[in-house]
Ligand binder design. Structure first.
Ligand code: HEC
Ligand code: HEC
Ligand code: HEC
Ligand code: HEC
Length: 333
């Protein structure tokens, strides 16, 4: 009987504790505290103390065409306000507000179409922390540029320049002009017209979900605890043989131990002495290789294509008049 009472006591206490926790997290989710702080800063900036007591409100951007609901602005309240350029995160205004961000108004584009991440969450850990297998992990820094090709599908085309996406342009130049061994020797990359079959196809690698990536990639040799596709690719560029070392096994015919499955991918980082920053740019470039059939970007979000810039050194030759070569006559057999 006593045992039963104790058990009941423990049960009740746990229940009360759980309830309290639920009430607490409902009442104090991260976003409310950030909004209050935002209004305090705003009041100071506008010299209007009344603004400090603006009631907090949960807002969201519903983007039916993109099947997204983004709530990032509940914390990033100063994102569209140039006056917040001097503030710390999450209040700081967005970079390039005066530049190409004007062409991607937040009301129409939201945030996750470029940044991925959990758009619906309103707690920092979930939007920013590593959520293993979350389909689309939050992209920061140069990795954000790998999202541009969801819509700007012409970025990989020869001669097409996007100075606004410097990492993608750098990766394009590196893989087509600088790298001593061409990626296309081994990989099929549709965007670059290569069809080799010595290595996995890269054409749609950026459109893979974290989970589908995780299922076919071995993270055993990845140093960082961040088991994300971008981290795997970054470390694989740093040292392909470390990430894909192959397995030792006994050759049945010779009885000798041998390594099978060790990658033949060259170490471009070492060969070209790439910095960490450049290695991340190469990673962003790889992740910008997307499959339009998976992305399914709606027409309303497809931008106009950019005209390729013709190389200055190759002026267009005028067609010589008079001496036009005759069309070769069909040979009779
Ligand atoms: C609950 C509040 C909250 C929400 C919701 C939130 N953020 Fe943040 N964000 C922060 C805070 C706090 C920081 C600064 C600290 C940090 O980097 O974790 C930040 C920083 C960032 C940074 C800069 C990170 C870096 O490493 O430079 C980016 C980019 C960002 N947020 C994007 C987003 C996007 C996109 C969403 C929606 C999917 C989002 N945030 C939702 C609070 C939030
Ligand atoms: C058109 C694509 C695009 C959209 C839409 C977009 N961003 Fe960004 N964002 C970028 C790029 C590009 C960067 C720069 C990353 C870098 O190079 O550091 C960036 C940077 C940031 C940063 C870091 C700023 C800094 O100074 O370090 C934050 C925070 C951020 N974005 C939040 C958001 C939020 C919140 C939204 C939605 C309201 C949003 N972004 C929508 C492309 C976008
Ligand atoms: C969801 C689709 C989408 C994404 C993702 C996107 N854009 Fe755009 N972008 C557009 C559309 C649509 C326009 C045309 C808007 C207009 O003309 O009103 C545009 C216009 C532009 C322009 C101006 C037009 C031009 O060609 O000069 C630039 C520059 C640009 N985007 C750069 C970027 C960069 C850099 C990124 C990645 C950080 C990016 N965009 C991500 C859809 C997108
Ligand atoms: C000599 C052949 C060869 C060349 C050249 C080569 N690779 Fe690879 N690459 C491979 C092989 C084989 C694999 C698969 C085994 C592994 O390394 O994990 C691979 C894997 C990769 C992966 C991981 C694919 C995945 O499914 O996650 C990426 C990304 C990659 N290579 C990018 C590149 C780039 C970019 C270049 C050019 C700068 C390049 N490779 C040049 C042979 C090559």
């Amino acid at each position: 009987m006593l045992f039963k009472n104790i058990l009941f006591g423990i049960f009740s206490l746990t229940l009360v504790g759980l309830l309290g926790f639920v009430v607490y997290t409902q009442e104090n989710p991260g976003w409310k505290a950030y909004q209050r702080q935002y209004y305090r800063i705003l009041a100071e900036k506008m010299n209007d103390p009344k603004l400090a007591s603006t009631p907090v409100k949960l807002v969201q951007t519903w983007l039916p065409d993109l099947s997204r609901i983004d709530r990032c602005v509940n914390c990033h309240k100063g994102i569209a306000n140039p006056a917040f350029a001097d503030q710390p995160q999450p209040f700081k205004s967005h970079p390039f507000l005066d530049g190409y961000m004007k062409k991607h108004p937040f009301e129409k584009f939201g945030c996750t179409v470029c940044h991925d991440g959990d758009g619906q969450s309103t707690v920092v850990e979930k939007t920013h922390g590593i959520v293993h297998h979350l389909d689309r992990q939050l992209a920061t820094g140069v990795m954000v540029q790998s999202a541009c090709t969801r819509c700007h599908t012409d970025m990989h085309e020869p001669g097409v320049e996007y100075p606004e996406a410097p990492a993608i342009m750098w990766g394009k130049k590196f893989t087509t002009e600088v790298a001593l061994i061409r990626c296309g020797t081994c990989h099929a990359i549709r965007q670059y017209g290569t069809t080799a079959v010595l290595a996995p196809e890269l054409s749609g690698i950026g459109s893979r979900t974290e989970l589908s990536f995780y299922l076919v990639h071995d993270f055993q040799h990845v140093e960082s605890p961040k088991h994300l596709k971008s981290q795997w690719e970054f470390e694989h560029f740093l040292d392909p043989q470390k990430i894909t070392p192959g397995k030792k096994q006994i050759n049945k015919e010779t009885g000798q131990e041998e390594t099978v499955g060790r990658t033949i991918m060259p170490n471009f980082v070492k060969m070209h002495q790439l910095t960490e920053e450049q290695t991340w740019m190469l990673t962003a470039w790889v992740m910008s290789l997307r499959d339009p059939k998976i992305e399914k970007t709606p027409m309303a979000y497809m931008p106009p294509r950019r005209a390729p810039v013709l190389a200055q050194s190759e002026p267009v030759k005028p067609v010589p008049t008079g001496k036009v070569a005759p069309v070769p006559a069909k040979r009779k057999s």
